[in-house]
Design a protein around this ligand. Sequence first.
Ligand SMILES: NC(=O)c1ccc[n+]([C@@H]2O[C@H](COP(=O)([O-])OP(=O)(O)OC[C@H]3O[C@@H](n4cnc5c(N)ncnc54)[C@H](O)[C@@H]3O)[C@@H](O)[C@H]2O)c1
Length: 347
Amino acid sequence: MEKIKVGVIGAGKIAERLHLPQYSACSNVSIIAICDIIKKKAEKLAKQYKIPKIYTDYKKMIKEADIDAVSICTPNYLHSPMTIFAAKNKKHILVEKPMALSIKEMKDMIKECKNNNVILMVEQTQRFDPAHEILKEIVDSGILGKIATIRGKLGHSGPEFWSDDSPWFFDKKKSGGGVSVDVGIHILDLIRFVLNDKEIESVCAKTANLIKKKIKLEDTINAVIKFKDGILGSFEASWSTSPYEVRVEVCGSHGKAIVQQANADPQRIRVWTIDPKNPYNTIKEHKYNIPEKSKHMSPCAHFINCIIKKQKSVIDGEQGMKSMAVILAALKSAKTGKFEKVFEKDG
Ligand SMILES: NC(=O)c1ccc[n+]([C@@H]2O[C@H](COP(=O)([O-])OP(=O)(O)OC[C@H]3O[C@@H](n4cnc5c(N)ncnc54)[C@H](O)[C@@H]3O)[C@@H](O)[C@H]2O)c1
């Protein structure tokens, strides 16, 4: 069996909790190398996952270790330069969300990956949740009729409860922003996924710091989005929602669907349809079973499959950039107080 040789850059929380366990569960992957500027972090994970090579310089790892692909699990401001260096050296790339901090950076990443014929996938994990895939299938099936609105919320208690050792999340130069780029990108990308990556025309947002008074960034964002085909949507992301929760609700001419998961509540899909000629007396509930997450294809397994089968990822650089462009426009709107067009350029 062909084995893809992988190197991981950044031995922090997401590498530990997601990339390394997911690659380890793939029989077609060898984790060859791990890199962190803090050597003891790389050593700890290398020991745990029996990774033979340890580096503190990612360029050295990419040049010297015999690898086909990299996972980029570093603070957000490093995603673009690391992707570009890896692409120039012909490595396939799985980069963490948010893809990068500006449209220019994201365009350069896409261009470099195309020029070097390597896969660029963005780790938007919500797309791989089985409940979210079912929601997309429900919308695709047409049983909800013509879609009119979609709204989503994703919230948790904040990065300090995820990692107690990552102050970069609160440093705008390194993170690119507060909850909007950390959590807002997840819920917005999920909304786009459910609606088949429909183009969003403009966005109007309000941001606030409501709970985390010690930080200088927003801990809450609420936004209204206008799709090019007229659908209206809204999303909310917060670092002040405890316990953790993800919710999406889609309404159409023939019914509605709600997916909800929260630490305080089991994951649920609720779907009702009606006959639009007699909406009050024809309500029908539809039942769906959600497969276990552990039996479902993980983002890292999907990345490896794309490399082996030379396939496009469900969240490639183009789609990663389109989602982040909405977040950048939302942050601009929060300053101007107006609807902002989602342009594929900075400024
Ligand atoms: N997909 C998700 O659901 C999800 C969840 C959490 C975090 N993330 C993303 O993952 C990325 C990392 O987040 P995290 O929580 O693991 O942060 P973290 O702070 O725990 O880990 C980042 C690691 O990168 C290392 N690092 C910094 N500069 C480096 C360099 N030049 N070379 C090599 N290593 C370097 C740090 O020492 C640290 O160990 C971020 O982009 C974040 O947005 C994604």
